[in-house]
Write a protein that binds this ligand. Structure first.
Ligand code: SOE
Length: 376
């Protein structure tokens, strides 16, 4: 058994999902490599110690540079706000560490390019946590599309809708609301939510060539959680875009944090010549499938309960019919990463894959600013 000693930087919501995944992965998906929770790093020592205690990390650090100097750390997991990804990743690559980075890869594609260059030059294993690829129903959608069952693809449609920032009293900045501060996040829903939709779309339907977008910031000023000062809001609260894919299909994407009643409604639909597929995060263990080749009298949308042992990842879980959830997507991602270390094969999405998503995000934001079609 080879150890992969993890040093995690940041301990928020994503720190919890990843820590849980490191603990569970070897229990359900045995590999030659096994994660060891070596250190968690955060500026606040008390909070870091509390987190280490709860999740079983052996030690804490309060300065990520010290963590990178340690020779008992093999892999660095970056769970910080987006504005720190680049600096940490480049330093971690120079220190020869493997890197698992939270999404989006960077603040923008210029930063992403530097990060890709750093990991490729250092030759270190790298991966970005676009976890929704590893919902079994989404992986099944990929298998069905790749088998050619849909035929020529005409349309790809995706939404990611939330409603948690409607109140003007929600601050920007700080540990809980850095996603609303453009200095920490780089962008709003485009980098935070549409990036997921774009990653899945590129994986399922190939490259996006050009886009035309609109964005809106509904609440123009918010108090900054750290200074208490009211400041202009620099992020996009909502974004919608149209695009063309290299395979000739048309794309339609929408994301907002102002869709009252929706907490995390991620849906996509793909329409092909012979068949269509659709998926909904609120029902994540189901894949809806319509096949025009079915006998016309019984033709209709079928709802596949993706829990059978021959469905992706499901053979390693319970028994057919019993479903799994959100946290398992991270467990699958760790399992695949470790399997990649066993076989020496690259595990996707790599930094380079995530850079493509970043380029689409940049084109979307530029198009919204210029009011033009933008090439990716
Ligand atoms: C934002 O609310 C958020 O937590 C994103 O940052 C995650 O990436 C997404 O999966 C759920 O929503």
């Amino acid at each position: 058994m080879k150890q992969v000693r993890i040093g995690m930087i940041g301990y928020g919501f994503m720190g919890r999902t990843h820590s849980n995944a490191y603990l569970q992965s070897p229990r359900f998906f045995p590999t030659e490599h096994r994660p060891v929770l070596k250190a968690v790093c955060a500026r606040n020592k008390d909070k870091a110690e509390e987190f280490a205690d709860r999740w079983g990390y052996e030690s804490v650090e309060t300065d990520w540079r010290e963590l990178l100097k340690r020779d008992d750390i093999d892999a660095v997991d970056i769970c910080t706000p987006n504005n720190l990804h680049k600096e940490i990743a480049i330093a971690a690559a120079a220190a020869g560490k493997m890197i698992l980075c939270e999404k989006p890869l960077a603040m923008n594609s210029a930063e992403g390019e530097e990060m890709v260059e750093a990991v490729e030059k250092a030759g270190v294993a790298n991966m970005v946590w676009y976890n929704y690829r590893r919902v079994p129903a989404v992986t099944l959608a990929k298998q069905i599309i790749d088998s050619g069952k849909l035929g020529r693809i005409f349309h790809y449609r995706a939404n990611f809708l939330q409603d948690w920032t409607i109140s003007e009293d929600v601050p920007q900045g700080g540990t809980a609301t850095w996603r609303l501060d453009v200095q920490a996040a780089g962008s709003g829903v485009t980098g935070d939510l549409l990036a997921h939709c774009i990653d899945t779309a590129l994986w399922l339907n190939g490259s996006i060539t050009n886009v035309t977008a609109m964005t809106e910031t509904f609440v123009k000023e918010r108090v900054h959680a750290e200074t208490g000062e009211k400041k202009p809001v620099g992020i996009d609260d909502a974004c919608a875009f149209l695009c063309r894919f290299a395979n000739g299909s048309l794309g339609l994407f929408e994301s907002t944090r102002y869709a009252r009643g929706h907490k995390a409604l991620y849906t996509f639909e793909v329409n092909g010549q012979h068949a269509s597929l659709r998926w909904d995060l609120h029902d994540l263990h189901r894949l809806e499938y319509f096949d025009h080749a079915d006998e016309s009298k019984v033709r209709g949308w079928r709802s596949i309960h993706v829990t059978d042992s021959d469905h992706p990842y499901m053979g390693n879980w319970w028994v057919p019919g019993l479903q799994i959830g959100y946290e398992h997507t991270f467990i699958h991602q760790v399992a695949d990463f470790l399997k990649g270390l066993d076989t020496g094969e690259e595990v996707h999405p790599t930094f380079r894959d995530a850079l493509e998503t970043q380029r689409v995000c940049d084109a979307v934001l530029n198009s919204a600013k210029q009011g033009n079609w933008e090439n990716v």
